[in-house]
Design a protein around this ligand. Structure first.
Ligand code: 5GP
Ligand code: MN
Length: 345
């Protein structure tokens, strides 16, 4: 099966970038998810495998608890906790690998550190509209996940044979989380071929599923139930739904990072639903609302994320943020739904 993504010129560029690098930084987007964290760590494992010993994985902030089992996770350096170490790593780097983000602004406040680095940049990503001012841009929005791209790159670099179970587990995790457990964005035969190749590396796929998806605290499950029961609004005639979550509600259920992960997908279980919007107050920054959008059944939420929510993402899974109160955010969501009423009907 054809897995190669790079043409001859690109593979030469990649090989040169890697062979010339000694001090390597790997970074991913703010609020790193399964794909951002999995792909960064998988790439780290691969680089270790080819003899690179000085690799720093730098993330803007925390990963959710359900990813802490990922092999190599304890080597991650958080910019919000250890800014000096991150600055030093970027300063000393002779290669910076940017995984799972398309625009440098997606690393949030870590951007100034990223921008200050003089090292060549390698971008590996699957979001739409990537920045291309890199030494090599490996951007494939048609891929399920950055982890899938990482697998294909390792394979094209002849690294599959020596791939470790740890590396394979990180890749599987990101492919699984970015496709909702292979329920969307995952219909190409190559994806299941790659899963077969990962299984041949002795990954425990059921254990990975349990660690990621069966990891709620009782409070988290009750918070999610509360939102669906008491907060979810459904505009039946427009096949759209939205909910708001306030800081007070999160405090009531002892919210920790990750507790709301994936909840925006749940309203899509309603027959015929085309759009689901999540509006959640930021627990740290005042007057900031975090927005997640999901679409299906022929509607695509990405343009809505860009036009109404200062964001973007994938065609059917996008995000953004608003600098306003949660009540104002709700009004913007209603306006956005009505703006697209023809397509949603
Ligand atoms: P989530 O809803 O899981 O936070 O994000 C869904 C998708 O939208 C992710 O692939 C993420 O990269 C993208 N996304 C989330 N927030 C933003 C944002 O503020 N700007 C852009 N361009 N994309 C975003
Ligand atoms: Mn991703």
């Amino acid at each position: 099966m054809e897995l190669n993504l790079l043409n001859q010129e690109e593979i030469v560029t990649l090989r040169n970038l890697l062979s010339n690098a000694t001090n390597i930084v790997i970074c991913a987007h703010k609020s790193p998810d399964g794909d951002a964290t999995g792909s960064s760590l998988a790439w780290m494992h691969y680089l270790n495998q080819i003899g690179k010993t000085n690799i720093k994985v730098c993330m803007p902030d925390a990963t959710p608890d359900f990813l802490h089992w990922l092999p190599g996770h304890n080597s991650i350096i958080r910019y919000d906790r250890r800014p000096k170490e991150v600055k030093k790593a970027f300063k000393e780097a002779d290669l910076v690998c940017c995984l799972d983000f398309n625009q440098r602004s997606r690393v949030d406040t870590m951007q100034e550190v990223l921008d200050s680095s003089k090292a060549p940049r390698l971008l590996i990503d699957h979001h739409l509209e990537p920045e291309t001012n890199n030494a090599l841009t490996v951007s494939h929005p048609e891929m399920s996940s950055t982890c899938e791209i990482v697998f294909r790159l390792i394979s094209q670099l002849d690294g599959y044979e020596k791939m470790t179970t740890q590396c394979a587990s990180c890749i599987y995790c990101g492919m699984m989380t970015d496709t909702g457990g292979f329920t969307y964005n995952s219909s190409r035969p190559e994806i299941f071929y790659i899963i077969g190749q990962l299984l041949a590396k002795n990954i425990d796929k059921d254990e990975i599923y349990n660690r990621v998806f069966h990891n709620y605290s009782t409070n988290a499950l009750r918070l999610r139930a509360h939102i669906i029961l008491n907060k979810m609004k459904v505009i039946e005639e427009l096949h759209a739904s939205y909910y708001t979550v306030t800081k007070e509600e999160m405090a009531q259920f002892h919210f920790i990072k990750g507790d709301m992960e994936g909840l925006v997908n749940i309203p899509q279980q309603i027959k015929g639903l085309k759009l689901s919007i999540s509006l959640r107050e930021d627990t740290e920054k005042p007057k900031t609302v975090l927005v997640s959008l999901r679409s299906c059944n022929g509607f695509h939420c990405q343009p809505m994320a860009a036009k109404f929510f200062n964001g973007g993402g994938h065609a059917d899974a996008s995000g953004g943020r608003l600098n306003c109160t949660i009540e104002e955010a709700e009004q913007i969501a209603i306006k956005a739904i009505l703006y697209y009423k023809e397509e949603l009907q």
